[in-house]
Design a binder for this molecule. Sequence first.
Ligand SMILES: [Zn+2]
Length: 251
Amino acid sequence: MFDKIRNWRVRRTVARRPIAESLWQDALRRCAPARRLGASDQATLRVLVTLFLQRKSLEPTQGLELDGADRVLLATHACIPILKLGLDWYDGWHSVIVYPDAFIPRRTRTDAAGVVHQSRNVMAGEAWGRGPVILSWAEVLNAGQQPGHNVVVHEMAHKLDMLNGEANGFPPLHRGMDGRAWTQVLSSTWDRLRDDHRNGLPLPIDPYGLESPAEFFAVVSEQFFEEPAALRHHLPDVYRQLEQFYRQHPY
Ligand SMILES: [Zn+2]
């Protein structure tokens, strides 16, 4: 019964405020992971993006203005990770605050309050446990420009990670997934890459992923969607775990 009501509400929402075709095509053109999806998955993604824009508040600050195309693009990036999980996985928070450019962090690293962030230059993004996602718009536009990078996917991965407590690289796994295998694969890979990095060897991922298990999960999630072939080639075990978690096969 409740599902019926909810489905009806969803249909009504999507029907009343569909994303204009031109904005949707523009988002597909600018978001490689969305562009690569099949027609059926793109249709599902379009519904999720519509609902995301209904339920979340995009809040540009410091003089930044986001037009309709910008908002659809941001929401498209944001909904890629939950394409097969559903928008419920983003419950419990409301705001996406967007700075024009890199911003000054209010906190550093991961703290007891469950705040995590990344700092590739100054600060590209930040995700609070039950609070907002904070993004640099310049970094959002940079998605895919540096191979494997997508700040929106990165921060959303932190949000998924924090659904079962602090960000630690262990999001809530699905029934049928093996938690020990997840931990073994991700932690042994992380250890090995840290050794490689210390020894001056080239890394197949952004070294920022070596900062902590939480950052590792977020960084490999970016690569999973942006550069799936490379991740599968270099870190096949990690790729397979992410396939099971995201329930997607981007390569
Ligand atoms: Zn991060």
